[in-house]
Design a protein around this ligand. Structure first.
Ligand code: SF4
Length: 497
């Protein structure tokens, strides 16, 4: 998969040797990714391994954008890992741990290729990967983690008993709380102070002669810093080697798609076509559903169409595929779609509609043209492709509206669902930082608070919005849940909280 030069560049710095597949063993759950996978893998595997990893990293990135406390970030990341990137400890005998670790290994290296291409992408990738490593490190089996640490040379020097006694007072002074002052029973390790900038910044280590004296309880800081430094270096080297890949027409489009993944997370519908089976909604239901369940991008299209009795090409494409998609409910059947568009384009003569628009709608459903089963657009696609001009209404309001227009639109769309002017500063700060789907997620939480959604819960399990259909589906699900609970109560059933 990687050339001999790339293998050399990524080789284990500690041994200075290129590892081959025959001695590349997944002995540990934790991985510093010193050596790339050098076996043959298919393009599908290349993409799947990377997408599943990106789902986890994108959620970590969203958590940073939302300033989630570390414990919350950890809980959400562990749940995402469980779903997309499970890594069991070596003692799990019923699980193919080698397959799990191979997937983790391949996914990491594919994403290196995608995220090495600009300084900004490298910085975000390293931050998210280091957080993932830390969470796995902290949740690792203690004994296994010890063996993993023993397998690497972290270049730390154990402080002798004599030296510890000499600096006892200074070592005790560096402990953050009195509870942690037990210099006699603590092991200390010396490393160059530049390797633990976080501990130096927080004044949690004693500094002497260019060395930081790190207590064993803070040893993990050295490990995380080492992971971060070596990944940063490796990404820079990969970036230098990358230009030769530019001619590969199979891989480059995949890498381009992957590097967009941080912009709005990765939707589960990323590469899946949607079918036309589904929830079976009808043309008459759309307007009401839009008002109650659609995200801002689709509400804007619905409202523009109601006002203008028309939508331009990209707007029809975005909205039509959204209404058609069934994987995350809706699933407007073709006959209903034609009825819906016909009714909505009420200023257009029957002849013109049949000639110009009926064909387009059938095309969306794969019944004309190249008969493709086009999937609904994810947030990433809406945010990054077919940029709208000033007279267009497709796109994502959080990204494509001016700040003033966005605030006015949000209040007009969602004030009946609980959004107030007081909520806007928080939303606008997130928009300003470029985290559009995070702003959309916050609006979802606010407008579904009456259905029990709390801040930080996102569209479920802390997940952010990554697809307009996921937003609408979750909204409908919450409404059904509430209706069922109300019915059960009316029927006299006991509803457990
Ligand atoms: S973030 Fe996604 S779902 Fe929300 S408005 Fe933008 S494109 Fe639509």
């Amino acid at each position: 998969m990687f050339s001999a030069r790339e293998r050399f560049l990524d080789t284990n710095e500690n041994t200075g040797q290129v590892q081959t597949h025959s001695n590349l063993k997944y002995r540990f759950r934790l991985n510093f990714y010193d050596t790339p996978p050098i076996e043959d893998i298919t393009i599908e595997e290349f993409e799947t391994c990377a997408l599943d990893r990106l789902r986890v990293l994108a959620e970590i990135e969203s958590s940073f954008a939302r300033n989630r406390p570390y414990d919350e970030l950890k809980t959400i990341t562990l749940a995402q890992c469980q779903k997309y990137l499970p890594l069991h400890s070596s003692s799990a005998i019923t699980v193919d741990t080698d397959a799990e670790r191979r997937k983790d290994h391949i996914g990491h290296f594919v994403l290196r290729l995608a995220f090495c291409r600009s300084e900004e992408l490298r910085r975000r990738f390293v931050k998210a990967e280091t957080a993932l490593f830390r969470i796995r490190y902290e949740s690792d089996d203690r004994e296994e983690r010890g063996k993993f640490l023993g397998s690497r040379d972290f270049d730390w020097i154990k402080v002798s008993d004599g030296e510890r006694k000499v600096y006892k007072e200074q070592l005790a002074a560096a402990a953050p709380t009195a509870k942690e002052v037990n210099v006699d029973n603590e092991n200390y390790y010396k490393v160059k102070w530049t390797r633990v900038p976080d501990l130096v910044e927080k004044r949690r280590v004693f500094l002497k002669g260019g060395y930081a004296y790190v207590p064993s309880r803070e040893q993990s800081s050295i490990v995380f810093q080492e992971f971060q430094t070596s990944l940063t270096k490796a990404l820079e080297m990969t970036a230098k080697a990358l230009p030769r890949l530019d001619e590969d027409t199979r891989i480059v489009p995949i890498l381009n798609n992957l590097s967009q993944g941080f912009l709005a997370g990765v939707s589960s519908e990323w590469s899946t076509a949607s079918s036309t089976e589904g929830d079976g909604i009808t043309a008459d239901m759309v307007e009401d559903l839009a008002r109650r369940h659609f995200p801002a991008c689709m509400r804007n299209l619905q409202e523009t169409m109601r006002r203008d009795r028309h939508l331009k090409h990209f707007g029809r494409w975005q909205y039509g595929l959204f209404l058609k998609a069934s994987r995350w409910v809706l699933g407007l059947p073709i006959e209903e779609a034609i009825a819906f568009w016909r009714k909505s384009f009420s200023n257009i003569q029957e002849d013109k509609f049949n000639k110009e628009y009926r064909y387009n709608i059938r095309h969306l459903y794969g019944l004309e043209g190249k008969r493709a089963n086009y999937p609904a657009k994810s947030c990433t696609q809406i945010l990054t492709t077919d940029q709208p001009g000033s007279s267009d209404s497709h796109g994502c309001p959080y990204r494509h509206f001016s700040a003033d227009n966005l605030q006015t639109a949000l209040l007009s769309m969602y004030s009946s669902q609980g959004l107030t002017a007081a909520d806007l500063p928080e939303i606008m700060n997130t928009v300003k930082a470029g985290h559009y789907h995070v702003a959309c997620t916050r609006v979802f939480e606010i407008t579904h608070a009456s259905r029990g959604v709390k801040k930080g819960e996102g569209v479920g399990d802390g997940e952010s919005v990554t697809h307009p259909n996921q937003y609408a589906a979750r909204s409908r699900e919450l409404e059904r849940g509430k209706a069922e609970a109300a019915k059960a109560e009316a029927d006299g059933d006991v509803v457990m909280g």
